[in-house]
Design a protein around this ligand. Structure first.
Ligand code: NAD
Length: 481
């Protein structure tokens, strides 16, 4: 039976019913689900790795490091901190509300929809689910149809571990997602491209549903000449090709360096690539393949552009049958080429040059705001300038992609690269409404609040609101005299 609007509507209704029983609100339910998810990750590790191999030929090492162990860490971090996160946060009261006590109480939104992408299909699905459950919500997960093995693995295994009256999975593509998006959700969390991000936001607007949009963009790497060249190139190469062969939202998209340093950098990148992936990288098992033929053709077309012909300085080999593309470096590609206009999301890395390294910051800011930005330099003043002037979702100095592994940092974009963030406590916050609670007793009456409004009352209130004790005393005195 097709998953249509009717089925989507009854699923949401059921989840709303479960939410209204209040069972997801307590610590016990949340902790039980999180422990079960952790157990699932432990018990099903081999199945997860196998599904990722089937969807992307993802190397075992990367599947373990970037998907299995990161999802497990998220779960463990949430379990360790959940009690603390759930506590109301006491805040100060102001003079104008005296006497009173004030707190911020996190409450679950209710029924949330998570739509995830194909490139880290296990982590990008489960990580937000962990946040949504930690925050006490009921959840529908819609994994990506482009990674079908992982999507169907979720359908097979997740129901054996979690409370299915509160957590559901819907497999499907555009029609199923459209049916889901027609429903009224209390929060929508979407990971994917900005075009669909706009569809999600428009659907959410109909019900005034808040959204988190985890999008992408062209994440630049600025490389100064004052660096440890060997360490820098290793970190650039592993961040680009060791992240799903460039099919990662925060993989370096292009490099900016100076004209005078470019040749040296290209040589160093070439020798690191050869050290990591050998002389024929199409044969290595340490690189993922391109996810499908549509994406393969998209990437092949980026290379097959008059504007970039003659610019390939390394790689450029393609194997359409096996959906493989070798790590490819391009030097001095024009800014108006397609490869410099679109997010690459694959193993191609263009390098553009500037006269002075400082010029790269204005260049980045002249484009749409990227999800990540990287800088390699030993110069402290350049690092400071980078932090102070470049606008992006998150940045990292002297490495690539690792900022995502710190649960104390929010992960998300800004502008075209997204809105909202998650990871660690930020995941809990993304799925919680911060309810303000002000509580008063019956004493401490200030009759000046009440009509009839007289000049002395206004003077007293002005003094109170200004926090000026002398004026308060004077206003009270004026009333008596
Ligand atoms: P995708 O094709 O898997 O699409 C994402 C989701 O949107 C899927 O679940 C899909 O079913 C749904 N979808 C597709 N078309 C739709 C439509 N017309 N209406 C409703 N739903 C629709 O993934 P993708 O977009 O190719 O993912 C790659 C993009 O995601 C890149 O831009 C990348 O940078 C970004 N990304 C961002 C993050 C992040 O954390 N910020 C992580 C991964 C990927």
């Amino acid at each position: 039976m097709a998953f249509d609007g009717e089925r989507a509507s009854s699923m949401v209704e059921e989840l709303r019913g479960s939410f209204s029983t209040g069972k997801t609100r307590g610590y016990e339910w949340r902790a039980k689900q999180l422990k079960a998810i952790e157990r699932m990750i432990n018990e099903k590790e081999e199945d997860i790795v196998e599904a990722l191999r089937s969807d992307l030929s993802k190397p075992h090492f990367e599947s373990f490091l970037h998907e299995v162990s990161m999802a497990k860490s998220s779960c463990q971090f949430a379990l360790k901190n959940l009690k603390q996160w759930m506590k109301p946060e006491k805040v100060s009261s102001s003079l104008s509300t005296y006497p009173s006590s004030a707190s911020i109480v996190p409450e679950p939104f209710g029924v949330v929809l998570i739509i995830s992408a194909w490139n880290y299909p296990f982590l990008l699905s489960l990580d937000p689910v962990i946040g949504a459950i930690a925050a006490g919500n009921t959840v529908v997960l819609k994994p990506s149809e482009i990674s079908p093995a992982t999507a169907s693995l979720f359908t097979r295994i997740l129901p054996d571990y979690v409370d299915t009256s509160c957590v559901r999975i819907v497999e499907g593509a555009v029609p199923e997602t459209t049916a889901l998006l027609e429903q009224r959700w209390d929060k929508i969390f979407y990971t994917g491209n900005g075009k669909v991000g706009r569809i999600v936001m428009a659907a959410a607007a109909k019900h005034l549903t808040p959204v988190v949009l985890e999008l992408g963009g062209k994440s630049p790497v600025v490389v100064d000449s004052d660096i440890d060249l060997k360490v820098s190139t290793r970190r650039i190469v592993v961040g680009k090709w060791g992240s799903n062969n460039g099919q990662a939202c925060i993989a370096p998209d292009y490099i900016i360096t100076t004209k005078s340093f470019a040749a040296k950098l290209v040589d160093a990148l070439k020798s690191t690539l050869e050290e990591f992936y050998g002389k024929d990288p199409l044969e290595t098992e340490d690189l993922s393949r391109i996810v499908n033929s549509n994406h393969f053709t998209r990437l092949a077309n980026l290379l097959d552009d008059d504007k970039v012909s003659g610019k390939i300085v390394y790689g450029g080999n393609l194997d359409e049958k096996r959906l493989k593309i070798a790590p490819t470096l391009l030097l001095d590609v024009p800014e108006n080429s397609r490869i410099m206009k679109e997010e690459i999301f694959g193993p191609l890395l263009p390098i553009i040059t500037v006269d002075k390294i400082e010029d790269s910051f204005a260049l980045i800011n002249s484009r749409t705001k990227p999800l990540a930005a990287y800088l390699f330099t030993k110069k402290k003043n350049l690092q400071k300038m980078f932090v102070e002037t470049v606008s992006c979702g998150g940045m990292l100095i002297n490495d690539t992609t690792l900022h995502l592994a710190n649960p104390y940092l929010p992960f998300g974009g800004v502008g075209e690269s997204g809105t909202g963030s998650y990871h660690g406590k930020f995941s809990f916050d993304a799925f919680s409404h911060k309810k303000s609670v002000l509580s008063r007793g019956f004493g401490g009456e200030v009759s000046a609040r009440y009509p009839p409004y007289t000049p002395w009352k206004q003077n007293l209130l002005r003094a109170l609101l200004a926090g000026n004790i002398i004026s308060v005393v004077m206003a009270l005195f004026a009333r008596r005299s």
